[in-house]
Design a protein around this ligand. Structure first.
Ligand SMILES: *Cc1c(COP(=O)(O)O)cnc(C)c1O
Length: 471
């Protein structure tokens, strides 16, 4: 299996080459040259596999430069009951006939990003060990990504994490999750500023190519193909649990921000998984809903990006979206480069509304979309609690709200549960008037000793910090 760039670069690469890389050299995103097709017999055989073995089967279609026995061992070490709380790893929870939640948030940080990040941690350790190299991951987080990365990389040989976050702006639970880690390879840098200041620092360091090379700076952002392919697995698992026979179809609704999660659903569908609809649910930051309704893709400015009560979906542009557009336009890298590399840069938008390809998003690729607001979120959290006794987080609530617009008789609708309510306690209290349930292992974490350095929003301070640790 070889990988190509969505912007038409001639290079073809193998999995382990792109594993530690971010963007392709031409600024595009990596995708496999083609999607492996899964036939009926294979689907039937996969139905009875454990989650770890299903992960191995799917990953081995995309990874041919790690020996099979070792890849299987990595999958089995990653997807365990000890790490994900249940033997099923991603249990399906019925709400009402035909409507399910797929629980993706029982990993170490209680959000779906653990599903991919835990695998990434083990793949990084394996590949760095094989090369005898080290990697310093520098990131910016306002919550979920940073903690998932730290819990995936803690204690891993060859990897250090330097995670910047806006000082005092994450929820107390999220701060406690990250700052209570005592592992020597995890470094929390609380920046006196806002999230954008953190992102600017990361960009500035990455643009200093000399520094970047000298200190082996890397990232773990959601455009990493390994993260995406790890997410493909739970679409198969969810499908198998919602159906008995391969003749049945399932729809998924996905609370979306950067289009990483639902893009994995698109890949699963392209592989032949019988998926009827992929429903993209957005919050007030409706970049994706607008595109799927009108064909206009419009990047929002910071004044136009809302701070909402489903903050992990607060995006100004959807960084994985380019992958889907590449498929939508018949894999025309030249056109994708013109749209994303040129037009978006100069005008901040493009319009495919008049293009015959646009209709395919719905007809051929199964995409639908909808939008949810703060009031919808509260009402959905409340009604789900009152009717089913199930407490859902604000992001999952956006999914349930939008899913209800598209229920079809005879087609199970699976809503991906992307976080547990305890991470967003203030909104739960607003909706229900009571505190969310807290998993036992997180009892009292706010009182644990914290390991964090508070620093000014200054690139030089971050560079000095990294240089000191690596000396
Ligand atoms: C990251 C995240 C999302 C958005 O996922 P994308 O892959 O960016 O679309 C939704 N909900 C939660 C809780 C998240 O952490």
């Amino acid at each position: 299996m070889k990988y190509l760039s969505t912007r038409g670069h001639v290079d073809r690469k193998r999995f382990c080459e792109i594993l530690l890389e971010g963007l392709a050299p031409d600024g595009g995103l990596y995708l496999p040259e083609s999607y492996p097709k899964v036939d009926d017999i294979t689907l039937t055989n996969w139905r009875s596999l454990s989650y770890a073995d299903l992960a191995f089967e799917i990953l081995s279609l995309y990874i041919d430069d790690i020996p099979a026995a070792e890849l299987r061992a990595i999958c089995r070490k990653t997807y365990t009951e000890a790490v994900f709380g249940t033997q099923e790893i991603v249990p399906l929870k019925p709400l009402e006939p035909g409507l399910y939640l797929e629980a993706l948030s029982n990993g170490p940080t209680l959000a779906f990003k653990d599903m991919a990040m835990q695998l990434l941690g083990n793949l990084f350790e394996y590949e760095l060990g094989r090369r005898g190299e080290e990697l310093n991951i520098l990131g910016a987080t306002s919550g979920d990504t940073g903690s998932a990365a730290e819990y995936a990389m803690r204690g891993k040989r060859g990897v250090r994490v330097f995670m910047t976050s806006p000082h005092g702006r994450m929820s107390p639970f999220q701060q406690a999750q990250m700052f209570s880690l005592q592992d020597a390879n995890i470094h929390n840098l609380a920046v006196r500023g806002v999230f954008d200041d953190c992102q600017d620092i990361v960009k500035a360091v990455s643009n200093d190519l000399d520094f970047k090379r000298r200190f082996k700076i890397g990232t773990v952002n959601s455009i990493n193909w390994a993260r995406l392919v790890a997410q493909v697995v739970y679409y198969f698992a969810g499908y198998f649990r919602a159906t008995r026979r391969n003749a049945e179809k399932v729809s998924f609704t996905v609370p979306s921000g950067n289009f990483g999660n639902v893009c994995a659903g698109h890949v699963a569908r392209m592989m032949g998984l019988p998926v009827e609809r992929l429903v993209v649910a957005t919050n007030e930051n409706d970049v994706l809903d607008e595109f799927l309704r009108t064909g206009v893709y419009r990047v929002r400015g910071s004044m136009d990006t809302h701070e909402t009560s489903s903050p992990s979906m607060d995006i100004s542009k959807a960084s994985n979206f380019e992958r889907f557009v590449f498929d939508l336009l018949g894999r025309d890298g030249t056109r994708v480069r013109a749209l994303f590399g040129e037009q978006l840069g100069s005008t901040g938008r493009f319009d495919l509304g008049g293009d015959p390809a646009f209709g395919l998003a719905r007809e051929r690729y199964g995409f639908l979309s909808g939008k949810s607001t703060h009031a919808d979120r509260l009402a959905t959290i409340r009604s789900t609690w009152e009717r089913f006794g199930v407490m859902i987080d604000p992001h999952t609530a956006d999914g349930v709200k939008v899913a209800r617009q598209y229920l079809q008789p005879g087609v199970p609708m699976v809503v991906l549960e992307t976080a547990l309510p305890i991470k967003f306690a203030a909104t739960i209290v607003e909706a229900l008037g009571c505190e969310p349930q807290r998993p036992l292992k997180f009892a009292g974490i706010e009182a644990l000793p914290k390991r964090v350095s508070v620093i000014p929003a200054d690139v030089r301070v971050v560079k000095d910090y990294i240089a000191r640790v690596c000396a």
